[in-house]
Design a protein around this ligand. Structure first.
Ligand SMILES: [Zn+2]
Length: 380
């Protein structure tokens, strides 16, 4: 059984320990120490990284109360080793994890929802409250959480006995009574948890819910705390500054200016499309070959070609319109009111290494051909 230093003191960054065993494995060496402050993966939080002497700690796992460190170097049993936690990463995770307890605790006390899932990624984390929260609810939770941070509340860890635990109201996913470790955020939350936490809410720095969706009958919230929230704000600030420059906008007008430009671009796009279809129509050159009306234009979209073909449907048995593209290929739309044109389209594709198809009396596609050879094909 490894002595778990991280359970009672989240702030141990360096410690000495004695090697109990070291076994070679596929990925390196599995090292067991008499005690450790390396947090093993669990409770939604990733395993700590760091070093044991000059070996890198790649992973930490716990099984049957024994913590195993995966390292890239070998150790001898009874060696005294110097261990260092990658503190920057660990502290950022503690900020996020305690922030998650705070949000979950506030949601629980305001709405009675449980947190059904917690997952930490590199910078952010998600939590899954069991019921629906409105936009206003989310804002309210976020505001209370940040006020709790300014209050700089105490956070304590306790190990109540199985008798004591009956009188304590706490959040927990498992119905355990023995060996429960409780993390208490004064005035806000008590939750069973195995992970290291900050000791005062002030250390969380800031809580920001950055996204939320409805998920499995409840919600999935994505949030960020502490240094990662600061870095997120910093990135957003830089992006906003660039937008301000591009739009010649003041800081508070960026949104308004983007909306304005978005509307202008939308109107311009509609106008361009209208002009393009007018151009396709005025460029249209129509010849009749046998029972087919052949039309040629250029740079027309399939929508435009369909519209042009529909206008001609009553004028011939078959309509075949072609539009020359920038790369020299031709897009085509072939249609007939009452004839099956599938064989014709198949032959057209085969002759001019084209692609396309559709319904028995309508097809569209693309071929590689010259105008003259298309006319010759229809003449033949
Ligand atoms: Zn937890």
């Amino acid at each position: 059984m490894t002595v778990k230093l991280y359970e009672n003191d989240s702030y141990i960054k360096e410690f000495d320990a004695t090697v109990i065993s070291c076994e070679k494995c596929e990925k390196g060496y599995l090292v067991v120490l008499d005690k450790t402050a390396f947090f093993p993966e669990g409770g939604g939080q990733q395993a700590d990284k760091g070093t044991i002497n000059d070996a890198n700690v790649l992973d930490v796992q716990i099984k049957d109360e024994v913590v195993t460190h995966l390292t890239d170097k070998e150790f001898n049993a009874y060696d005294t080793v110097c261990c260092k936690i990658d503190w920057e990463t660990r502290f950022a995770r503690m900020q996020n994890h305690t922030g998650e307890h705070l949000i979950s605790g506030i949601i629980h006390s305001l709405f009675g929802y449980d947190n059904l899932g917690f997952h930490m990624s590199e910078k952010t984390f998600t939590l899954d409250p069991s019921g629906i929260l409105s936009d206003e609810d989310i804002k309210k939770v976020e505001l209370i959480a940040n006020k709790a941070i300014y209050e700089n509340r105490n956070i304590t860890v306790s190990f109540p006995t199985s008798d004591e635990i009956d009188s304590i109201d706490y959040r927990s996913k498992l119905d355990l009574k023995d060996g429960v470790r409780l993390v208490n955020i004064e005035n806000y939350d008590t939750c069973a948890c195995c992970a290291p936490h900050v000791s005062r809410t002030g250390e969380i720095g800031i809580v920001k819910i950055i996204d939320y969706i409805q998920y499995k009958g409840g919600m999935r919230l994505t949030a960020v705390c502490g240094i990662n929230a600061f870095l997120d704000y910093s990135t957003l600030h830089d992006e906003n500054k660039e937008l301000m420059h591009l739009l010649s906008s003041s800081r508070d007008k960026v949104n308004e200016f983007v909306k304005r430009d978005h509307d202008v671009i939308g109107a311009q796009k509609a106008q361009i499309n209208m002009l393009k279809s007018q151009l396709a129509s005025s460029n249209l050159d129509v010849v009749t070959v046998g029972t087919t009306r052949l039309g040629f234009t250029k740079d027309a979209s399939f929508d435009d070609m369909r519209a042009l073909v529909n206008d001609e449907l009553d004028n011939a048995e078959k309509i075949a319109f072609f539009s020359e593209n920038e790369d020299g290929s031709y897009s085509y739309v072939v249609a007939s009111k009452n004839q099956d044109i599938r064989d014709l389209v198949k032959a057209l594709n085969e002759k001019f290494s084209g692609k396309g198809g559709g319904r028995p009396n309508y097809a569209q596609g693309k071929i590689n051909a010259e105008k003259d050879s298309i006319i010759k094909f229809f003449e033949a």
